[in-house]
Design a protein around this ligand. Structure first.
Ligand code: COI
Length: 353
């Protein structure tokens, strides 16, 4: 049955008594779905604000066949992780950034969005209710997937009359089958992910299915992921199907500027700050493909991906290989050290639950 839930701390604290773990082989975690016990659901009508939500047992949801999400793709998703600390508490990483990005996306898609506090509170409740699914320290994390969808019925193209904010979670390990080994990217030169003035910069659900064809074809050829170029000049790097990209050349780090066509990743933003703190010059700018082909080191970043070293890039049949990523290793260790509570969080990025 559904848990009686309020956002009060006393309710949250009641989940802290059980120290048991779910029956999961923590050493075998990849990025597949392991369903957990509870999800959080909050609804509101188009003319209202979200007010209160609650946890319910994880399960299928009922949707009108004419809902805005099913018919016109009016929906957003987010992704963030909770790590278990040795002291039994959990750490979230910059959850308010995801909340803010959802608000920006909701504005673009004419949807009502939860407030930052509502978003973060729902995430905290989802983590605590599913705490037995948070992997032991060092074995992975609980991936949290907030959704915002037009759940009310429409027929003509219009904003849905009702919105549902839903948060579910799954324990995860490494995103790529390579684990922490370097990944191999194929530069996609027939299909494009986004256009200026489009929705490439927001985390709309509809940005993702269109990349599947190119991704499946690349995987069938043995590549890990695809890398998109911009659709205007077809010259500049945008992002991979699942993550942002960085290059290192002569001690300068560069990453494509967002310009509304690539996702403004929370990990991307954090890596830029961390690299600058390490003393690197970091440039956000258009990066021509030819620069990628002569880079000293290349790596990808994302919540799911974390920091993944790139071992090779193939473009128009030409494959270039990169040396083992010292920089990406350093950034990975520093970022995950903060996320897991092993290193001092000087930036105040983590939120303990
Ligand atoms: C994430 O990194 O959290 C994402 O949402 C990317 C997704 C393709 C797994």
């Amino acid at each position: 049955s559904a848990l009686p839930v309020t956002s009060e701390t006393s309710t949250l604290d009641s989940y802290r008594t059980d120290d048991g773990y779910a029956n999961v082989n923590w050493d075998e975690l990849g990025f597949g779905l392991t369903t957990t016990d509870y999800m959080y659901v909050m609804k509101c009508s188009k003319d209202d604000k979200f007010s209160c939500g609650e946890l319910s047992l994880y399960g299928n949801i009922e949707l009108s066949p004419s809902s805005g999400i099913l018919n016109y793709g009016q929906g957003l998703f987010e992704g963030l992780k909770a790590y278990r600390k040795k002291n039994g508490r959990f750490l979230l990483f910059r959850p308010e950034e995801n909340a803010l990005r959802m608000q920006i996306g909701a504005e673009r898609l004419c949807m009502n969005a939860p407030s930052i506090d509502q978003f973060v509170d729902a995430v905290k409740q989802t983590v605590l209710a599913n705490k037995r699914w948070v992997p032991p320290p060092g074995k992975g994390s609980l991936y949290i997937r907030p959704l915002l969808i037009g759940s009310g019925p429409v027929l003509g193209l219009a904003p849905a009359p009702e919105y549902t904010f839903l948060v579910y979670a799954s324990p995860v390990g490494n995103y790529f089958k390579e684990g922490r080994e370097p990944i191999n990217l194929l530069v996609e030169d027939r299909m494009y992910r986004s256009t200026p003035g489009g929705t490439g910069g927001i985390k709309t659900i509809t940005n993702y299915a269109p990349v599947l064809k190119a991704q499946c074809e690349a995987k069938a050829k043995g590549f890990t992921d695809i890398l998109f170029l911009d659709s205007t000049t077809k010259e500049n790097l945008e992002e991979a199907a699942s993550c942002n990209i960085f290059i290192l050349k002569d001690n300068v780090i560069s990453t494509p500027d967002t310009q509304g066509t690539i996702l403004s990743g929370v990990t991307r933003k954090s890596i830029i700050d961390m690299a600058r703190n390490f003393g690197y010059q970091v440039e956000e700018r258009p990066i021509p493909i030819k620069e990628l082909m002569v880079a000293d080191e290349v790596f990808c970043t994302g919540t799911a991906v974390v920091v993944a070293p790139v071992g090779s890039v193939t473009y128009h049949g030409k494959r270039v290989q990169y040396k083992v990523g010292e920089l990406s290793r350093k950034l990975y260790m520093s970022l995950t050290g903060i996320q897991m509570g092993l290193l001092e969080d000087k930036m105040g990025w983590t939120v303990e639950v």
